[in-house]
Design a protein around this ligand. Structure first.
Ligand code: NAD
Length: 381
């Protein structure tokens, strides 16, 4: 089959879904590759590098769509991109089907198939295709780097001839994929790192990374938000009160807060309220990774950096992976390549879209002109 990578049209998106290395790996599956001219430039991959990897560079999106059997992209398609799909063609990209019913209808009308990378089930066998996790890992790392860039002091404590420097104190709220990456980065930079999650099972992992788990004064177990599959459920009002009380106690002493709390399918829970920001020291920094879903902090403005009246910087960027486009493209294109490996079981360049396979079934939201979202729950864990 011919795999075609399109340039991203979303403003400011720097990533690309195919790298020269991933194209070489696709060739080993029996596929040939084409790419839109300039698609990899902002991620650091030149057209010449693709050509050297055996990829045909085509002048524009229309040429790629005309030639490719399978299209790969990072961002979900715009309506015009979905309209351009043809009968029997497959698109592999993020798609967010629950939020985009009209796009699904367009794909259905076009007779196309869509594999949504955001719908890959979070089961162990699918980890190599889990693009949400690979991007969240980058976002967590980059959140700490961004915090450091906006914070006027060191992370690590130092004793120097010019004076003693205290370590920074970092609080990470939400210890899922992004949160754990932030915790690891923060501890490795030498900050005192505290972390909180509604799922108490992550405490051990947090502590093994050299951070301190924040316990609440709430019955003997901190278990209110626990749900299945590594995801949280909404908290009870009592639990939430206990959480906010603890955060109010911590607000005056922490220098950096990184919030990553997410409950699937819901707006981001508001956990860092305006009065907590007011309690923080001048020069402190909040990085709100949940900005795209409305933010965990009351004062977050999505895609902006704002400074509160008391001098706290609040960063609500929603494009952290794109800000590390080379790394993000390398990992994302590997996730795509693994998806194509499963779709090409005989490594003979022939796609076998096996809807009996839990991972392929879970991620397929439209197939040959039928909507196949939502999928049934996965059979294996
Ligand atoms: P995840 O589901 O792995 O982790 C979310 C964590 O939040 C879970 O551990 C959950 O238990 C915890 N949580 C839920 N409610 C909580 C609460 N009330 N208090 C404390 N913790 C709570 O998700 P993830 O993949 O790590 O993504 C985290 C966030 O980062 C998401 O909002 C995602 O959209 C966002 N993200 C942002 C960017 C960006 O560029 N800004 C990039 C990638 C991901």
């Amino acid at each position: 089959m011919k795999i075609g990578a399109l340039a991203e049209i979303f403003p400011g998106e720097n990533r690309v879904a195919m790298t020269p290395d991933s194209a070489v790996a696709l060739a080993k599956l029996g596929h040939s590759s084409v790419i839109q001219a300039g698609a990899g430039t902002k991620a650091g991959f030149t057209d010449a590098a693709y050509q050297a990897a055996g990829v045909t560079v085509l002048p524009d999106a229309a040429a790629v769509v005309a030639e490719a059997d399978v299209l790969v992209k990072v961002r979900g398609p715009e309506q015009a991109e979905a309209q351009a799909l043809r009968d029997g063609q497959t698109l592999i990209s993020f798609f967010w089907p629950a939020q985009n019913p009209e796009l699904l209808e367009t794909v259905k009308a076009r007779g196309a198939t869509v594999v949504a990378m955001d719908m890959v089930p979070r089961i162990s066998r699918a980890q190599k295709m889990d693009a949400l996790s690979s991007m969240a890992n980058i976002a967590g790392y980059r959140a700490v780097i961004e915090a450091g860039n906006n914070f006027g002091r060191f992370f690590t404590g130092q004793v120097t001839a010019a004076g003693k420097v205290p370590p920074a104190k970092v609080l990470v709220v939400g210890a899922g994929v992004a949160g754990l990456a932030a915790i690891g980065t923060s501890t490795s930079l030498g900050a005192i790192t505290l972390a909180f999650d509604v799922r108490p099972e992550v405490a051990e992992q947090i502590e093994s990374m050299g951070a301190e788990f924040v316990y609440l004064d709430f019955s003997e177990t901190q278990t209110d938000g626990a749900a299945t599959g590594g995801y949280a459920a909404p908290s009870s009002p009592e639990f939430r009160e206990a959480q906010l009380k603890k955060f109010r106690e911590l607000a005056p002493e922490v220098d950096i807060v990184i919030t990553t709390a997410l409950i699937p399918g819901r707006p981001a829970p508001k956990l860092w309220t305006a009065d907590m920001v007011a309690l923080m020291k001048r020069g402190s920094v909040i990085i709100d990774l949940a900005a795209e879903r409305g933010g965990n902090c009351d004062l977050t403005v999505p895609d902006e950096k704002v400074v509160s009246d008391n001098g706290v910087t609040i960063v609500g960027y929603t494009d952290f992976p794109s800000r590390m486009a080379t790394q993000a493209s390398t990992l994302y294109s590997t996730n795509i390549r693994h998806m194509l490996t499963d779709l090409t079981p005989k490594k003979d360049g022939v796609i076998n879209h096996n809807m009996e396979d839990d991972v392929i079934r879970g991620a397929t939201v439209a197939k040959d002109g039928a909507i196949t979202f939502p999928p049934p729950p996965p059979k294996i864990a």
